[in-house]
Design a protein around this ligand. Structure first.
Ligand code: VAL
Length: 375
């Protein structure tokens, strides 16, 4: 997404000249009402990402509608983590003229096919978990509020070097997914820039269950650190098998590891995993604690990073709807692009000139079965 001047429509609406698409509130003022499409990975092996995301969106939706400045109706579609299903869902949503904007899809691999279509059709689309390189650059209607690998991975590697005096690394990545490949590119680049010796680069594919060959080779080379770019299922199994083989060095993971599912699947084997995130649920911040409390009350579990990013995303979009003063797709795109210093549960949020994220990551480590700040 690129910044353009606000459209005349937005300027008009700011002066109260444009009609909102919605009902009138008690004072007779126009209230923007909009259908927001959601494409989420809610069935299949990565469904915990989509579950957290839709939970975060639904909670934000309730709060936003209760405030009464804008009225959002979420139209949720399942992509099952598949490109073709994500595209079918996107087409259905884009064909509905009531859908002003789309949130999702969950995976960068899905956004790679859905993003260009949304851009072509002039439908603003915002990923809340798409962290691969180049997502907002797909086009001016394509946004994300998720911390990209390019910011997260170098921060994690820096911490690992500082803490463990790491000099030699092995890299392991999924070579059949846009995000895991992009995470690998970022890891390799960061390792080279920081003067780390890369002992080996190993690959795997989605759904793989046996990593013996890759891990045996990695073990024989004795790295100080393993850099792994994977979604949570494969990532957790890799860590489990590594620990069983006696590989006890720390792992640095990309965004796919940022799910409590890693701990659920790998158990103690997940200890020593380093990840960077904009979200930390134990943060001493009223907004964060209110969100955690409300989320726990509603869903009976703690929110993860995917829930938190989705929650902020809907607020960012609601703000854009309010500023646009209209549920018009172009007006909302322009208003979205203007987002600056939005104060959410992830801290202060702005887009850069491409519509990419400007944000500070926090580096966490899994210690005794829990994500904790890596001091
Ligand atoms: N961040 C990843 C992606 O962009 C996953 C974990 C959602 O595909």
């Amino acid at each position: 997404a690129q910044f353009t001047a606000l459209s005349s429509l937005v300027l008009l609406s700011a002066c109260g000249g444009a009609q909102s698409s919605g009902e009138k509130d008690a004072n007779g003022a126009g209230k923007v009402t909009a259908d927001i499409g959601v494409i989420s990975y809610i069935s299949g092996p990565g469904a915990a990402y989509g579950e957290a995301i839709t939970n975060g969106l639904k909670l934000a939706n309730e709060e936003i509608n209760k405030k009464g400045e804008v009225e959002i109706n979420l139209v949720i579609e399942d992509s099952a983590g598949k490109q073709d299903q994500a595209l079918t869902a996107a087409q259905k949503l884009m064909n509905s003229k009531n859908v002003t904007a789309i949130i999702g899809p969950t995976l960068s691999t899905e956004m790679n096919v859905v993003g260009p279509e949304a851009d072509l059709n002039g439908v603003p689309i915002m990923g809340t978990s798409t962290t691969a390189e180049g997502i907002p650059q797909i086009g001016e209607y394509v946004f994300r509020n998720s911390l990209p690998e390019a910011l997260a991975i170098p921060a994690s590697i820096d911490k690992a070097i500082e803490k463990y005096d790491a000099k030699k690394v092995a890299i392991l990545y999924g070579n059949d997914d846009v995000f895991t490949k992009s995470g690998f590119d970022t890891m390799k680049k960061a390792a080279e820039e920081k003067g780390l010796e890369i002992l080996t680069i190993e690959t795997f594919q989605k759904g793989q269950s046996d990593y013996n060959a890759q891990l045996t080779k990695i073990k024989s080379l004795k790295p100080d650190l393993i850099l792994a770019s994977a979604l949570y299922n494969e990532g957790a199994v890799i860590m489990d098998q590594a620990r069983k083989m006696g590989i006890d060095v720390p792992f640095v993971g990309g965004n796919g590891f940022n799910s409590p599912e890693v701990i659920k699947i790998a158990g103690d084997a997940a200890n020593g995993l380093i990840v960077a995130t904009p979200w930390y649920g134990d943060k001493d911040d009223q907004k964060v604690q209110d969100f955690v409390k409300k989320y726990e009350e509603k869903y009976g579990k703690k929110p993860d990073q995917f829930a938190a990013q989705a929650y902020d995303a809907l607020y960012i979009l609601a703000e854009a709807l309010k500023n646009a003063g209209d549920a018009d797709r172009d007006a909302v795109r322009d208003a979205l692009a203007e987002t600056k210093d939005f104060q959410g549960i992830l801290g202060s949020f702005s887009f850069d000139k491409d519509g990419d994220v400007v944000m500070e990551p926090t580096v966490l480590v899994i210690d005794e079965g829990k994500f904790t700040v890596f001091e």
